[in-house]
Each structure stands twice: as C-alpha cells, then as structure tokens.
Design a protein around this ligand. Sequence first.
Ligand SMILES: [Zn+2]
Length: 344
Amino acid sequence: MRATLIYGAGDVRIENVPDPTLREPTDAIVRVVRSCICGSDLWPYGSRPATGDGDRIGHEFLGVVEAVGRDVSGLAAGDLVVAPFVWADNTCDFCREGLQTSCRHGGMWARDDVDGGQGEAVRVPQAQGTLVKLPVAEDSALLPSLLALSDVFPTGHHCAVTAGVNPRTTVTVIGDGAVGLSAVLAAKRLGAERIILMGRHKDRIDLGREFGATDVVAERGEEGVERVRELTGGDGTHTVLECVGLKPAIETAFAVVRNGGTVSRVGAPQYPDVPADFGVFFRNITLTGGVAPARAYIDELLPDVLEGRVEPGKVFDRTVALDQVPDGYRAMADRSALKVLIRP
Ligand SMILES: [Zn+2]
C-alpha cells in the first residue's frame, strides 16, 4: 500500500510500504477513507532534521474496518469508524477518568512501529477502545465533519471545556487556524454569547463569524490587547482559549484574561516557559488546557455532527489525493490552505 513519510523539513513523500497485518489480538485493520493534515504536522514539516529513513506521519483518519483480532468485540469488517488522534484501551484508570491521552496501554500514531493515518490503511492497536463506529455510509456528505472528531473539533472543545466556558462567560479565542475556529464553534455550542476572535485572515475570520464569533480583533501584540480590553470595558474576558502555541500567543492570553479568569491552551507549546509571574498570581488567573483526550469527547459531540447542529468539517478548504499530499503540506505551510482533507 502507499503511505506518507516525512524525511525532513519540507520533505514529505508518498511511498510503498508493507500492507498492515493483525499483530496483536486487540488490533484491527482499517482501510482509510478520509484523512487530513494537522497544524501540528507542520512543526516537523518545518524543522525535522533530514534523515535517510522517513517516518510515517498523520494521526487523523476515518475508514472502514477490514479485519479485527480475536479479542476485539463490537467491531466487524465493513464498519465505518473514526479514530481519535491518540489510541487507547478505553478501560484503564486514566481512560475511565476521561484522560485517554494518558492511557497505560495506549500511544501515538506514527510512532514506535505504529502506522500513521496519512496512508491507504492503518493497523489500529487497542482497536476496541480506540475506534468509534459511525452510523453513516462511506459516501456520506458528513464525512468531513466526522473526520473533524478525530482531533480538531475535540481539541477546540477541550479548550473551551477546560476553560469553563458556559453561557455566562465571555470568551477570547487566540488564533484563526483550524483549532482556533473549532474553539469558537465549541464555545458557541457551550452557550457563550460573547466570543472575540483574534485573527487576521479574511476567509478564516468569515468562517469564525459563521461558527459564532461576535467580534474580531485583527491587531496583534499590544494593539490587540488594547482592542480586546476596549471591547470588554477594560477588563478582558472570563476565559481565553489559546490555540496557537507560540510565546506571543500565551503572553497575549494572560494580557486579555479578566482577573479571576482562566487561560486554556491547546496549541502545542513551542515555548519552554509560561509567563505566570507575580502579576498573574495577584490576578488569580488559572492556566489549564493541554492535549485533548479526543476519545472522551467523541460520544458527546457525535450526535450534534450527525444531526447537523454543528459542521466542524467546514475547516477543510482543500481536498487532495494521496499523491498530492506533499502539495497539501506546502499549502498549509504557506497558509494558502486552512486545513487539507486527504482522499487516499
Ligand atoms: Zn487506557
């Protein structure tokens, strides 16, 4: 079969790799129907040292079960399923607490001899705990939004949930990437009435407004902080959803959060230190967020997607075949695409 491998910064290739086979009785084989490129794939795409051997890549996919190991129940060949971006047994103590990203028997896609999602098929470890059945056909128009359940929508949702967003909280979302826009959608879904989106790309802001943003702040840095403060009577918002992962973004987050408020971050942090100094202490700011346990949220979010109440798949603005995945990476890296859907 063919799959995507990354050899170094800017060097993504489509190559033939061995077909996946059942190795453990808890495995399943899934033929990938839709996959996509994540903003976090752009970090290795921007900086991975060049090597002679490539690594598999991709951690968001949905597909059709082709085979299951003898210990897998509840799944059968022919089922359409979505995979969260971390695989997990869904039974250990961490999983039962809703923290499948810390599963004692789980792990990451495209690591330690586990397949990546950007290919024609995937061996899924801990299949029974990992995969969620989708009650639609393989050609459903809902596939993009169902694929968004793999990572981007639960990540935005996790940001909003950990920040404590509810109908009484005002919200600032930092970042108009796919995660930031998903955070807007999630905050709206949780009842927030005032959602300030900090972003500056026209198409993305338009989608942000469609998802529920009530105000847009295009300015950055000090100017952006001033603008959010102006919009909020000088105080900032109760919650700030930081969906970028760069130092200026987390600094802005602390500057626009209201005293007693909460900053949640889901952008994979590309900075070593959080600016939580005495001033932040004195203002009683809570810092939360982290990697989203997508598996914990899919059951809750799935009905809203199936019934069309939310359409997180609107973040996909380009579709490529597997052979064009390198073009997809380039398009996301140069920001001509927001998020790229892959049809293997
Ligand atoms: Zn577990």
